[in-house]
Design a protein around this ligand. Structure first.
Ligand code: ADE
Length: 227
């Protein structure tokens, strides 16, 4: 698949793009490109945003700038992109991202539009298939949200995660009925009086399986003396 991210701060993705599973995705023939709206603005002085009509705080990313960037990259009218791709605007006003939506987004090429400041002009609704939030809180821009979304999507693409079983039965997956995974432990078996559950050291695979099944969906309670 091809993923194109549009942002005013493409350098924010530099670290993410070096991650081993992202590189593996690229070796498998998938593409992750990050574009800067500012490189394609038709406005003087590299302007990309403007004050909101009706007044109010902050600046709004202009729709003509968003269209110009999309059309420069895809060489087709921005309104038509969503016929063959998922086009996602990241916004705290969007539908909350979950495992099912990540799996859906992995089915087609994906365009991700990051906002900044007060977001993107509302007429972006004419371009997108989805408006997505990564949670009920406000970030300073869409870049961190875009990395969360792209990461959740890439994990659903076959071959990107080297051990497929770790994707099939991970937390929130259909395999676990949307529940959280069982807890994991490793050596040492005891540390500062904190012991690993006996059953995991027993070598009894059936008992380990049963214990893990019981743990699924339990999450964890914070310790009583925590604030
Ligand atoms: N941009 C700012 N906050 C956001 C959020 N919670 N989800 C997606 N995009 C955002």
């Amino acid at each position: 698949m091809r993923i194109d991210v549009f942002s005013l701060f493409p350098q924010a993705f530099d670290w993410y793009r070096t991650q081993v599973h992202v590189r593996r995705a690229q070796e498998l023939g998938h593409e992750l490109a990050v574009w800067n709206y500012r490189d394609y603005t038709p406005l003087a002085h590299l302007q990309v945003d403007d004050t909101p009509y009706g007044g109010g705080a902050g600046m709004v990313l202009r729709i003509d700038v968003v269209c110009a960037a999309l059309e420069a990259v895809f060489h087709e009218p921005a309104e038509g992109l969503r016929e063959r791709r998922r086009v996602v605007e990241l916004t705290p006003r969007g539908r909350q991202l979950d495992d099912g939506l990540a799996a859906e987004l992995a089915q087609r090429d994906l365009v991700v539009l990051c906002g900044r400041y007060e977001g993107i002009d509302e007429r972006v609704a004419n371009l997108v298939t989805d408006r997505v939030s990564i949670g009920p809180y406000v970030l300073s821009g869409g870049e961190i949200a875009a990395m969360a979304l792209v990461d959740a999507v890439l994990r659903k693409v076959e071959g990107v995660i080297s051990n497929p079983q770790s994707v099939v039965s991970e937390s929130h997956s259909p395999e676990l009925g949307g529940a959280t995974e069982y807890p994991q432990y490793t050596r040492p078996a005891e540390f500062r009086g904190w012991a690993v559950p006996e059953v995991l050291l027993s070598g009894d695979h059936g008992a380990v399986e049963r214990w893990r099944r019981e743990q699924v969906g339990r999450g964890f309670a914070p310790p009583r003396d925590a604030c």
